[in-house]
Write a protein that binds this ligand. Structure first.
Ligand SMILES: Cc1ncc(C[n+]2csc(CCOP(=O)(O)OP(=O)(O)O)c2C)c(N)n1
Ligand SMILES: [Mg+2]
Length: 378
């Protein structure tokens, strides 16, 4: 029989995975009840990859992820209340209700977000690694991103610099076999993503992302390389999402049988069986852990519902650029309307035309929200 960690470690791993699963199931329900705006991406099925990874990180290590990161924040220890409140767009959310589901952020626990731009978090991870190196700290950045993101220019540019500058970053691709509705065979010339490391002179390894213990074991080894040897590596966790890409996905691109096959490997149920068979936890204890997750999630919904929306007059708080700026659509403190930047008036006609057409395009995009709920979008 496989060697298992001690009882309390196993209970912790199981508890975190249950919490994430229950949290996301409930977030999905609340979204259907129109409690949350914007988009909602669930990582149901990917819990072992998330929890296995964070369970071997130090508190002072950094984690950065994508727009599918409710679980990553919970795994880092961000209270379920704050994550749910963010999804609801309320003041007690991790980003004061301004980011929503895609922008969960918790600097205190070194969870650096939460990014909507596919591949956009990779260069930021390199920057975090560079900061650790520059300050001569032995902290590591773990950068989690999707299989789709491994095709972006950001991936190549970041891997190259991270290797060249020997940055302490573990790049972990959550290969769930799809980028939105496009299967990996149709979006990536190389489908064993761990091989992409070789072109940058970096070690790459594929691991079983459905097995929390395998993830723990291998990610710990990669963290050690980053921390001890100060060099990046690429880990490919082979995993699967049971739900659609977002809550607005009719899932016409895959067969139900395929989803069922992966459900057989459910990371939570297979682990529950292991700890039960090993006599580490009883049926009753396992049921109690699940019940506790239920209670925490129920309380989080109540908390989020009771938290107020941010007041309108705080609309410009926390903005990076306010006041008189050069931009054509600069943010202005006078009212919530967009203002033409004062200096923009002097811009050449062609620049104005381009800016106008850009703005018109942005308005069209807003109208797309309704359509987006009918098709696979974002
Ligand atoms: C730069 C950029 N291009 C396109 C999109 C639209 N988009 C959102 S998610 C997604 C798929 C990404 O798939 P993957 O990296 O495998 O992550 P997963 O959603 O499977 O976790 C795309 C193309 C985007 N958000 N950013
Ligand atoms: Mg994917």
């Amino acid at each position: 029989m496989e060697d298992l960690p001690d009882r309390s470690t196993c209970e912790g791993l199981f508890g975190r995975m249950c919490l994430i699963r229950r949290f996301e199931e409930e977030a999905g329900r609340q979204y259907q009840r129109a409690k949350a705006g914007g988009f909602l991406h669930l990582a149901i099925g990917e819990e072992a990859t998330i929890v296995g990874t964070t369970s071997v990180m130090r508190d002072d290590d950094y984690l950065i992820g994508t727009y599918r990161t409710h679980g990553h924040a919970l795994a880092r220890g961000t209270p379920a209340n704050a994550v749910m409140a963010e999804i609801f767009g309320r003041v007690d959310g991790t980003s004061g209700g301004r980011g929503g589901s895609m922008h969960i952020f918790d600097a205190e626990r070194r969870f650096m977000g939460g990014y909507g731009i596919v591949g956009g978090n990779l260069p930021l991870a390199a920057g975090i690694g560079l900061a650790s190196q520059y300050r001569e700290e032995d902290t590591v950045a773990v950068c989690m991103f999707g299989d789709g993101a491994s095709n972006t220019g950001n991936f190549g540019e970041t891997m190259n610099l991270a290797a060249l500058w020997s940055l302490p970053v573990v790049f972990l691709v959550e290969n769930n076999l799809y980028g939105m509705g496009t299967a990996i065979e149709r979006h990536s010339a190389v489908t064993d993503l761990s091989q992409k490391a070789a072109g940058y002179g970096v070690d790459g390894e594929r691991i079983d992302g459905m097995d929390v213990l395998a993830v723990r074991d291998r990610v710990a080894a990669h963290l050690e390389i980053a921390r001890g040897e100060g060099r990046p590596t690429l880990v490919e966790a082979f995993t699967y999402r049971y739900r659609g890409h977002s809550a607005a996905d009719p899932e016409v691109y895959r067969e139900k049988d395929e989803v069922e096959e992966w459900r057989e490997k459910d990371p939570i149920e297979t682990f529950a069986k292991k700890v039960l068979d090993a006599g580490l936890l009883t049926e009753e204890e396992i049921a109690e852990v699940r019940a506790e997750a239920d209670r925490e999630v129920g309380a989080a919904v109540e908390f989020a519902d009771a938290s107020p929306e941010p007041p309108l007059e705080t609309l410009y708080d926390e903005l990076y650029v306010v006041g008189e700026t050069m931009g054509w659509y600069a943010v202005d403190e006078r009212s919530p309307e967009p203002y033409r930047g004062e200096f923009g008036e002097d811009a050449p006609d062609v620049a104005k035309e381009l800016a106008e057409s850009g703005a018109a395009h942005a308005e069209e995009d807003e109208g797309d929200e309704v359509q987006a709920r009918e098709g696979v979008r974002n």
